[in-house]
Design a binder for this molecule. Structure first.
Ligand code: H2B
Length: 135
């Protein structure tokens, strides 16, 4: 089983994981994705589920309409390991391929729905059309 990352290592890996942040009070990382609609959100979940099952590493997640809130931790290790980092990267790649709305989590203080809420950012999709996401 991979080892839990130290606080320092966690900080370092988060720099390579746009949109992801540590969950306050728990050794886990979280990101909220907002898609164009439910179809895209569920498409993301379907693709991510196949990756998760193949790797035998599964997300904690919640879907409401076009929003997917994801928390990753390695339960067997009681913390964050490289398996979480790898799944987070795969999820970012899947969301990127869908060319969709994206919600990037910001600091807890800015959001009432902490720790999973976020702030929408502009994303330019492959065909050059910019989309805005948000609550
Ligand atoms: N997923 C996650 N996120 N953490 C785990 O520790 C974990 C898992 N363990 N998926 C796996 C399944 C384990 O329970 C099975 C038996 O391999």
């Amino acid at each position: 089983m991979p080892e839990r990352l130290s606080a320092e290592a966690r900080k370092a890996v988060l720099k390579e994981l746009p949109g992801w942040a540590e969950v306050p009070g728990r050794e886990a990382i979280a990101r909220t994705f907002v898609f164009k609609d439910f179809n895209e959100a569920f498409g993301f979940m379907s693709r991510a589920a196949l990756v998760a099952e193949k790797r035998d590493h599964h997300p904690e997640w919640r879907n409401v309409y076009k929003t997917v809130e994801v928390v990753l931790a390695t339960h067997d290790a009681g913390g964050i390991t490289k398996r979480d980092v790898e799944l987070a990267k795969a999820m970012n790649a899947i969301a990127g391929q869908l060319g969709i709305w994206r919600l990037d989590r910001t600091s807890c203080e800015e959001n009432r729905e902490c720790p999973l809420a976020g702030r929408a950012v502009r994303r330019v999709v492959a065909n050059g059309i910019g989309l805005f996401g948000g609550f």
